[in-house]
Design a protein around this ligand. Structure first.
Ligand code: SAM
Length: 293
């Protein structure tokens, strides 16, 4: 059997009892370590489960999945995924490959950032499509997510933006020389996301997409860090203010929510508590959001 086991969002103790029993007894245990991270090291997981955990990078999951699935028709293999195995990351390729090899599959769900973001006080019912933002380079600024942000905005819904993670990246020079030397991991921050969001708005405006774009410097948003962990932190403010909120938010992982105009009063009151500057928040709320629901 192939077990896809959700680990939840913070540390080794977030795994469910059901997941833990399988992780302790399966023949092999893999940890998917490239789409999200726990706030603790693999060694701590190994200690907690009392066994070896094999770290599976993207290359292994995408190109060498047969090794992960080896003999899973007759033995139990556990594949651990941070968050929920089907929350934002789907791993459908692995499941389809397992099915084609007649391997039975079982999923043990857990909390995902897609559900835990409700602890900002925003109602999950009021979220539209979730989007992802990748690190821009000088020459590559992909903005395909912008259409979905606009669709959410047009019907007043909030947008959850999941942020890029780069692990096991190689510099062009090392790649060209065939050296297997990796750059340190990088996790996009709320500040980087907010400033890239404003950059995209400028590009879209130059391309003639309306005078005011979709979101602007004074659009209200919420930065969320280490949701579900002991050091969880939320900061709300304008996109311009969130560009410099990284110090207050602290280490990874971060996500950003763009506030929709159909925000319920209770959601507003909850989120206002995290505001970097309540006066600015109130002024913009009254001018642009109040009465729009
Ligand atoms: C591909 S998604 C994670 C999917 C994961 N399977 C889940 O269900 O949560 C990874 C992104 O989600 C966001 N994320 C995940 N965990 C988070 C947390 N605890 N706090 C804030 N953002 C988080 C970050 O933007 C991160 O880069």
């Amino acid at each position: 059997m192939l077990y896809l086991i959700g680990l939840g969002l913070s540390d080794e103790t977030d795994i469910t009892v059901k997941g833990l029993e399988i992780a302790r007894t399966a023949s092999r245990v893999y940890l998917e370590a490239y789409t999200s991270i726990l706030l603790v090291d693999t060694a701590i997981l190994e200690k907690y489960y009392g066994r070896e955990v094999i770290v599976a990078d993207r290359e292994m999951v995408e190109s060498a999945s047969d090794e992960i699935l080896r003999d899973a028709q007759t033995v139990d293999v556990a594949f651990l995924v941070v968050g929920d195995p089907f929350g934002a990351t789907t791993h459908t390729d692995l499941v389809l490959r397992a099915r084609s090899l007649q391997i039975p599959i079982s999923t043990i769900p857990n909390a995902s950032i897609m559900s835990a973001i409700g602890s900002t006080g925003l109602q999950l019912y009021n979220f539209g499509q979730t989007v992802s933002m990748v690190f821009f380079t000088e020459t590559w600024k992909p903005a395909s997510f912008h259409d979905r942000v606009r669709e959410n905005r047009d019907i007043g819904l909030h947008t959850l933006i999941l942020l890029d993670i780069k692990v096991k990246e190689q510099s062009l020079e090392n790649m060209a020389r065939g050296r297997r030397i990796y750059e340190p991991p990088r996790y996009m921050t709320v500040g980087q996301c907010a400033s890239q969001m404003l950059e995209v708005e400028e590009i879209k405006k130059e391309e003639g997409e309306g005078k005011h774009g979709v979101y602007g410097e004074e659009s209200l948003a919420i930065g969320a860090a280490r949701v579900g962990g002991k050091t969880e932190k939320f900061v709300s403010g304008t996109l311009r203010q969130l560009c410099s909120a990284d110090e207050e938010l602290g280490g990874p992982l971060h996500s950003l929510v763009l506030l929709g105009k159909r925000t319920h009063e209770l959601e507003h009151d909850y989120v206002r508590e995290f505001a970097v500057d309540k006066e600015v928040w109130d002024r913009i709320w009254k001018r642009d959001y109040e009465g729009q629901q």
